[in-house]
Design a binder for this molecule. Structure first.
Ligand code: SAM
Ligand code: SF4
Length: 340
């Protein structure tokens, strides 16, 4: 079992398999995109799998693949299969924008992927296109249906709430009534180049306090709007009954609903005391906190060192994991380069 200097059990590794993406979400990337890493700067699947094997020996049992967009990397299905077969890895999950999921869902399920998080911030096609700078809502909805069809479970939707996007949250609440989907509203985080303007303004240079919506406010809105729409009274879901999760979401449900609504509050109720994760960037930076730019260079150690060297680096990461994020604003890397 791996524990850090504050006694937290660390059993969850998020791996960004690519910094490339087929979308340009306003809250995640600058309008012009970012310079992709060169091919040789990005870890090969073999290097990631070696790191996963050694991490598993040190106590990691859960892996989430993310990006960039993980489904744009060729060979991702076989990578999932090999990670799934790694001794000590009990489960693999994937976070995707869903646009390519209809194409890959069946193969991913056969490779052993059950848990999927699809990022979708609105159910209105034009707003979706505006948020993602060109994406098509119908592709994501087809991806979600494909995930259900191949039996993925849980199917979760990640909804980043940004005030100036003026999203219709009730539409998601209605969706949970009919479908066994777990919608999680996530507070907008100040990651990347936090400029002076809202990410939705013409200048589009980053995060502003005014765009942050707390989960208390989100819950209040859903409760009031849901009741007014005849969905009944939103009630908390007991931990045992909540969709299995590796993170800090709190879940709620409308009476008789097939799915749930969750909230994730990294800023307003930060959960650093329960943090259980490490993050590996596509170019081999091992991050101990989403908000900390202090990274350990896994790539060099994987390319020049022994398994013992890699093991020592994992322990250095555990020992240096900070106690909390201290409300830091801004990071050197954009979210698409970290993996969320
Ligand atoms: N491309 C994949 C996707 O969109 O699901 C995986 C990578 S994306 C960086 C991972 C998650 O981070 C997504 O759910 C996305 O909505 C979220 N995210 C990106 N920027 C964010 C921000 N500034 N605050 C909160 N969540 C953010
Ligand atoms: Fe791409 Fe995901 Fe970032 Fe959107 S949130 S730009 S889909 S990496």
């Amino acid at each position: 079992m791996a524990t850090d200097a504050f006694g937290r059990r660390i059993d969850y590794l998020r791996i960004s398999v690519t910094d490339r993406c087929n979308l340009r979400c306003v809250y995640c990337m600058p309008p012009g995109g970012i310079d992709w890493k060169e091919h040789d700067q990005v870890l090969s699947f073999e290097e990631i799998e070696r790191f996963a094997r050694i991490s598993a020996e040190e106590g990691i049992s859960k892996i989430r693949l993310t990006g960039g967009e993980p489904l744009v990397r060729l060979g991702i299905v076989d990578h999932v299969r090999r990670l799934r077969e790694t001794t000590g890895i009990e489960a693999i999950a994937l976070t995707t924008n869903g646009t390519l999921l209809a194409r890959y869902a069946k193969d991913l399920a056969e490779a052993g992927l059950k848990r999927i998080n699809i990022s979708l911030d609105t159910l209105e096609p034009e707003t979706y296109s505006r948020i993602t700078r060109g994406g098509r809502l119908e592709d994501v909805l087809a991806g979600m249906e494909a995930a259900f069809a191949v039996g993925m479970d849980p199917v979760k939707l990640n909804v980043v709430v940004v005030r100036s996007l003026d999203q219709d949250l009730l539409g998601f609440a209605r969706m949970t009534v009919d479908r066994p989907v777990h919608v999680r509203f996530i507070e907008y985080m100040p990651v990347g180049d936090v400029g002076e303007h809202s990410c939705t303004s013409a200048e589009a240079d980053g995060w502003t306090e005014a765009d942050h919506v707390s989960t208390d406010e989100i819950l209040e809105r859903i409760t009031v709007e849901g009741e007014a729409a005849g969905l009944g009274v939103l009630a908390p879901v007991a931990r045992d009954d909540a969709p299995g999760g590796w993170g800090p979401a709190m879940y709620y449900r409308f009476p008789g609903a097939a799915g749930t609504l969750g909230v994730i509050a990294p800023l307003s109720h930060h959960f650093c005391g329960e943090c259980n994760r490490l993050r590996l960037t596509a170019d081999g930076g091992l991050r101990t906190c989403l908000f900390s730019d202090a990274e350990l260079d896994v790539r060099t150690v994987l390319r020049t060192g022994t398994d013992e060297d890699v093991r020592a680096l994992i322990h250095r990461a555990l020992d240096s994991k900070p106690e909390g994020h201290n409300q830091q604003h801004g990071t050197v890397r954009y979210m698409s380069q970290i993996g969320g």
